[in-house]
Design a protein. Sequence first.
Length: 90
Amino acid sequence: MAESLDDYLAACAESGKEPERPYRGEFLVRTTPELHRAISIAAESAGMSLNAWVEGMLAESVEAVLPENTEVRKQTRRRAKRKVPLARGS
């Protein structure tokens, strides 16, 4: 594995590209208290945690914006379908 990582970093350096860095899967979102309350109500109405509801909405937004054939969109779709059931029309 270490050799593969070294090869990847060398290839990035040769091509002048920055290596991809892993994301933690966490970020802070600042919003108004009114929107926070509305999101909480929507999540509860859908029978979901606030985190699951927000993750589902973000996954839908990614699908709407990214081209269908990108690897990030494919991964997002798989995760969203597996983990975050969306309750449409609730």
